[in-house]
Design a protein around this ligand. Sequence first.
Ligand SMILES: [Mg+2]
Length: 162
Amino acid sequence: MERPIVFLDIDGVLNSKQWYAQAASRKEERNSQPSTDRGLLERSIDPACIQRLNRLLQRTGAVVIVSSSWRKKHELSEIVSLIKARGFCGEVIGVTPSDEGTLSRGGEITSWLKTNVPRGVAYVAVDDEAVTGLPPEVVVLTSKDTGLTDEDVERAIRILSR
Ligand SMILES: [Mg+2]
């Protein structure tokens, strides 16, 4: 596989404290809709962050591997369906391994890379928490306050273009 890879965290990347704060003022909208688990999950994703992710993927041709802990609670197909409902139009091709409980998130990413692209590929990890076990120059650290920003996207594009 030659396409670059974005290892994607979800909480703090595709949503944020700001997004949840705004959700409080969208209460009426929320009350007018059936409050299903699915609906709640969908509304936890900020469509503006999804649009930024779309731009990153379109500009670089990258595909997504989910590294978020969401992969432990939800089937990949469910995650894809949720983010598509919020406007995602890229390609998600897998999740990092979670059966090796002792690995850090960076370790999980390294393990996925070793198994799937032994000859190496351009990649970036986008996460709102420090990713131990990866070189800092391949990590885009987002803010929990804002989620994925335009600046984060530019930084990720530079990392994938090296
Ligand atoms: Mg996170």
